[in-house]
Design a protein around this ligand. Sequence first.
Ligand code: AMP
Ligand code: GLY
Length: 427
Amino acid sequence: MNVLVIGSGGREHTLVWKISRSPKVSNIYCIPGNGGTGAGAQSAEIAVNDFEALTGFVKEKNVGLTVVGPEIPLVKGIVDYFQQKGLAIFGPDRKSAQLEGSKVFSKKFMKKHGIPTADFKVFSNAGDALSYVDGVRGDSFSVVIKADGLAAGKGVIVCDSKKEAADAVKRIMEAREFESAGDSIIMEDKLTGEEASMMAFCDGRTIVSMVSSQDHKQAFDGDKGPNTGGMGAYAPAPVVTEDINNKVKTQVFDKFLKGIREEKIDFKGIIYAGIMIDKGEVNVLEFNVRFGDPETQVVLPLLKTDIVEIMEAVVDGKLEDVKVEWNKGACVCVVVASGGYPARYEKGKLISGLEEASGIDGLTVFHAGTKLDGGVLSWGGRVLGVTGVTEDLKGAIELAYEGVGRIKFENMYYRKDIGWKGVKHGK
Ligand code: AMP
Ligand code: GLY
């Protein structure tokens, strides 16, 4: 079978790498792809939102399964479009994708179906939100303000005073920093604890959890600095103990499944719960309807079962029939970024040492913002995900940093402490 992966990040390179290991696959394509996907998959210059051109490509190349990486085409209804043309596609339809596309929809879903999440209020005009903030007694006020719609992960502002909250409302609803994503906002209680990512395969009737993982969202060591798309990840995350895993199953995923059935949401694809763990309790911070990035880079290398078998079963509503198995061991991905990211950075720097790094046993370099042009050039904020798999977390950290040590490009930047939180848990 021929497979198409849609997207161009580290997540998509990892999907190409994993899918190409399936004995079921003959040719693999990645659109638009990056400088690394080209090694395993052919690419084409089609935008991820050009559904007509994408279905044209799929028919021309006789693609039997399309896998969608990013959220925007999902929220725009790529799955419905493919289904109407009778083409097999892995991912949730437009109705299901609202669980990520609208934070108001998602929070209301959680509340209605008893999924633990921070208490919240919804505002659809700035005046109401500002008078609410103004009416709060005292000056200490810890809330998180979230633009309703998609804002490339940037529409969430954590506030610790009434002034910060009022400023956030003005930025989102008056200055329109995130455009129409700020038509409505969520104002929710600020939670404390440790975050983890839980992804699961879901075919609308059965839900199968993946190994836990943990992202490192802040730019600098010690979780300091601005939020980024993710500076590294590791799996499994020891903070997700067996007890927490059970709570995620019963309080989050089982209730999610019951909820989508009641709401007649035919969810097929990946459901990702960003969770906060505090004193043994779990709260959901957000749902995403796709693989996480960079969580995918650390979770898929541990998957033992053929991913194409799982994806086909999800599309056909037969996930119940597949035994999803995981390898023992740990995986760490260190993101190598362009200096300056997440703010302004330069592109087009020649990258050396990729082959030397990939030659290390147990190490894979996933490309994100790269481009082939003579050599491999940096072409985005997050450039590479240097990923090591071995039997334990400490070993995987060492392996990943050994790989990073062989790679060079001008102004490259990476965090030095990826995985340390897991080690602190004593694993
Ligand atoms: P979200 O996109 O909703 O996951 O939010 C992005 C990030 O904001 C999360 O990964 C958390 O670090 C932080 N965050 C979101 N909601 C809360 C909350 N209720 N309390 C504390 N931090 C939060
Ligand atoms: N790593 C967070 C995300 O994929 O949304």
